[in-house]
Design a protein around this ligand. Structure first.
Ligand SMILES: Cc1cc2nc3c(=O)[nH]c(=O)nc-3n(C[C@H](O)[C@H](O)[C@H](O)COP(=O)(O)OP(=O)(O)OC[C@H]3O[C@@H](n4cnc5c(N)ncnc54)[C@H](O)[C@@H]3O)c2cc1C
Length: 100
């Protein structure tokens, strides 16, 4: 699958990125913002596989903030994880609070 519309494929890209995971997508965005003509190639045509975005970690949010995407993401419906509880084999739980 090619992320650009078929009409723009006649344009010769400056850079081809293989893989539209988070790394490829962010790299493509940063290069395109600097005027680099990017072609992003992705093997899969859909998201019909294990979902990988259940949690977004603080370090990820910091990166998204630095590239100006955090505010848009915050506007999407989401939950905040404020307490985590791990149950150990001895059945004694370990809780971490104020995670968010
Ligand atoms: C089941 C699961 C759940 C996860 N849940 C979370 C989570 O909740 N929160 C979190 O922060 N992280 C989560 N992760 C981790 C997160 O998915 C990875 O850290 C992240 O996807 C890595 O990004 P990436 O761009 O390096 O690689 P990938 O996401 O693996 O992206 C690589 C892309 O390249 C494509 N590709 C590969 N070969 C080719 C080819 N030859 N031609 C074209 N395209 C190709 C692949 O289809 C893929 O889309 C999860 C991972 C898994 C496996």
């Amino acid at each position: 699958m090619v992320a650009q519309s078929a009409g723009s494929l006649s344009t010769t890209p400056d850079c081809v990125i293989v893989g539209a995971g988070p790394a490829g997508m962010v790299l493509g965005l940063l290069l395109a913002r600097r005027g680099v003509r990017v072609r992003l190639l992705e093997l899969h045509g859909d998201f019909e596989r294990d979902f990988r975005g259940d949690t977004i970690h603080p370090s990820t949010m910091e990166m998204l903030h630095r590239i100006g995407l955090a505010e848009d993401l915050h506007r999407l419906r989401h939950g905040k994880l404020r307490v985590m509880r791990f149950v150990t084999p001895s059945a004694r739980g370990i809780s971490c609070s104020s995670v968010a």
